[in-house]
Design a protein around this ligand. Structure first.
Ligand SMILES: *Cc1c(COP(=O)(O)O)cnc(C)c1O
Length: 439
């Protein structure tokens, strides 16, 4: 087939290509056919693109006593979890709902780590009962809570402390998590004291140290700074007789949305393993297992959001194109002013103009892209790129909009519906009108 691959930008290295007629395809399947079959807005994921991204991490971690976890909150569709579980991935979860998703999709409990600043007692109990690998503790108060819940179940909970290394990940403030003003983790200078408390508790077992400094990080140095601080803590703990079994270095590797050039998975992991190698030479204890928790870098560029131009509203100040995908479908622009590339699926004959692409939701914050040079007509099909991560998983029913369909394209170009479009009945399924309000 005569297809053209992009050499840079969000589609580089993916299975999304234009065919000889200029139509954007996934595995050779024109996205026009997907829109026809499943409607819009619609998330389309490429199985091979997802697996290639995961396998880059897995290959870089091979023979290193390391576990690549997938951070479920980036995209928690069961089919995607099942694909990764079949590869032997671990999973980073932040709620009992995510635990249930991993188990429902066939993931192994002993490869699950549980992160998050506010875990409910019932969530902690469910995690312990499921025999997950580790609970990442984010505060002294949470340590006591986990110890109590475990004691109540007559169990010993494996734990690590998520430390806050106070490092600027140089990313958007809302996705920066490793600065001391962020709510996440235990401050470095308190970590030893909390570990000492944990050591005295019979219902917890100290398994590791955990950190996660932010998301969409596009340079190596914040990761390496965090590694150094975690290793220094491991040394201080070892000096007080606390040996840890694993180091969880979190996720956060960025992707290309526009023209960013983040380190490749291989470059990041080899830089980290080099540091660890040097450090290991200075100590006698066994080498700890290394965990990572990547979300965006695994799924981000494996998905696009298909949307149709509903109508055009040109004006003297701004040209608006109203599209059928809105902030409830893809929240990142409204939430972080995130930039997504938007491309026409089919080449257009009309002249280019500068457009703001906006959704139908009643909020001025409901925009997808601003000031884009595009050749648009009503009815055109567009693809919002890099929409695989924090797209569907952040979607809502705001404005009583049913959530979009999700479609997986396999390596042969076959399309599989992996989440049907919601209907009105789904919107009201959990609601009821009390009898006294009924006539
Ligand atoms: C969100 C999150 C991740 C994944 O972040 P990405 O930027 O998607 O890789 C990993 N660990 C924790 C604790 C998180 O909260």
């Amino acid at each position: 087939m005569n297809t053209t691959a992009s050499s840079s930008g969000p589609l580089a290295g993916t299975r999304f290509h234009r065919n000889s007629a200029g139509v954007l395809c996934c595995e050779g399947r024109p996205l026009t056919e997907i829109a026809q079959a499943f409607g819009t807005p619609c998330y389309v994921y490429s199985e091979r693109t997802l697996l290639q991204a995961y396998q880059q991490f897995a290959a870089a971690a091979a023979e290193k006593n390391a576990l690549i976890c997938y951070a479920l909150k980036a995209n928690s569709n069961l089919a995607l979890i099942a694909l990764l579980a079949a590869q032997g991935a671990g999973f980073d979860i932040v709620s009992v709902g995510e635990l249930q998703r991993v188990l429902a999709a066939g993931g192994q409990p002993d490869r699950i780590v549980f992160s998050g600043v506010g875990k409910a007692d019932s969530e902690i109990a469910a995690a312990i009962a499921a025999n997950i690998k580790c609970i990442n503790i984010e505060s002294e108060a949470e340590l006591h809570r986990v110890a109590e819940v475990a004691a109540g179940l007559k169990r010993v909970a494996p734990i690590s402390m998520r430390v806050n290394p106070d490092i600027d990940a140089k990313t958007h403030p809302y996705i920066s998590t490793g600065l001391k003003e962020n709510k996440f983790g235990i401050p470095m200078d308190q970590a030893e004291a909390v570990y000492r408390q944990a050591k005295a508790m019979p219902s917890v077992l100290i398994a590791g140290i955990d950190c996660h400094i932010g998301s969409q990080i596009t340079s190596l140095s914040p990761f390496l700074q965090a590694v150094d601080r975690v290793l220094a803590l491991a040394d201080r703990l070892a000096a007080t007789g606390i040996e840890i079994q694993h180091l969880d270095l979190g996720g956060g590797l960025g992707i290309c949305y526009d023209d960013e050039t983040p380190p490749t998975p291989a470059a990041l992991l080899s830089a980290v393993f080099d540091r660890l190698q040097q450090w290991q030479q200075t100590r006698r204890s066994p080498r700890p297992e290394i965990l990572f928790e990547f979300g965006r870098a695994i799924v981000g560029n494996a998905g696009v959001l298909l949307t149709r131009v509903d109508l055009l509203k040109p004006g003297p100040h701004k040209n608006f194109a109203i599209i059928d995908a809105a902030m409830n479908d893809l929240m990142r622009p409204a939430l972080y002013e995130a930039w997504h590339a938007v491309v026409a699926v089919t080449p257009s004959g009309v002249p280019e103009a500068t457009w703001d692409l906006v959704g139908p939701v009643c909020e001025s914050g409901d925009w997808m892209a601003r000031d884009r040079r595009l050749a648009l007509s009503a009815g055109d099909l567009l693809a919002v790129l890099s929409a695989g991560a924090y797209g569907m998983s952040m979607s809502s029913n705001y404005n009583s909009r049913p959530r979009a369909a999700e479609v997986l394209i396999d390596a042969q170009g076959q399309a599989h519906l992996i989440r049907r479009r919601e209907e009105f009945a789904d919107l009201i399924a959990a609601e009821s009108i009390p009898d006294y309000l009924r006539k």
